[in-house]
Design a protein around this ligand. Structure first.
Ligand code: FMN
Length: 188
């Protein structure tokens, strides 16, 4: 099984990068092939809304690093999307990535993946400075449902709170939890 990770933070060594990579580590230990992209290391432009992707045989006409992600996504059974909370929501980087998924949707934006694309599993992981993991829960629930509408099978939403006090990678309670979220993506 191929699993792709997208780190929607510009900080390549940040909390979100560590969280996504730790989830992927769990999946890899169970035999998955994994690949990840960090927004800080790629060029991904915002969707232009030109709808060229909806014309017969054409994908997204923006020739940036999203093209490689589209190719990997087509083969992937699961996606791990990590975002820091910025002003109570996903980061602009996460929104830019999500909007670009428009090119994968059916021509009439039902909204569904194009016919033939298997339903993909998804793990969402949010990191936030504030220590209260319940603070943005309604937003996380909303986001989970938004991805379900896009036909992702969201299997887990991990919230790592309190990064202002301690970096995620320094927390002894997180590694096993995140590894498990990754291994649970891989069928027995
Ligand atoms: C622009 C910006 C907005 C932020 N907004 C919030 C917020 O609304 N609530 C919160 O708890 N933390 C907020 N934070 C803190 C980040 O969510 C937190 O530091 C996160 O773990 C950063 O992830 P990273 O290390 O992967 O970049 C914000 C940080 C930045 C830079």
């Amino acid at each position: 099984m191929n699993i792709i990770g997208f780190i929607a933070s510009s900080r390549k060594e940040g909390n979100t990068a560590w969280a996504v990579n730790t989830i992927l580590e769990g999946a890899k230990a169970r035999g998955a092939e994994t690949q990840s992209w960090c927004y800080g290391g790629v060029d991904i432009k915002p969707c232009r809304g030109c709808s060229a992707c909806k014309k017969e045989g054409k994908g997204c006409v923006i020739h940036d690093d999203m093209q490689g992600i589209y190719a990997a996504l087509a083969d992937a059974g699961a996606v791990v999307l990590g975002s820091p909370v910025y002003m109570g929501q996903m980061s602009a980087q996460a929104k830019t990535f999500t909007d670009r998924l428009y090119a994968c949707m059916s021509p009439r934006f039902s909204p569904h993946f194009k016919e033939g694309a298997a339903k993909k599993k998804m793990v969402l992981v949010f990191t936030q400075g504030n220590p209260d993991p319940a603070l943005f829960q309604p937003y996380f629930e909303y986001t989970k449902n938004m991805f379900r509408t896009l036909e992702f099978d969201v299997t887990a939403v991990q919230v790592i709170a309190g990064t202002r006090d301690k970096r995620a990678c320094e927390r002894s309670d997180l590694r096993a939890l995140l590894n498990d979220a990754g291994s649970a993506l891989v069928p027995e």
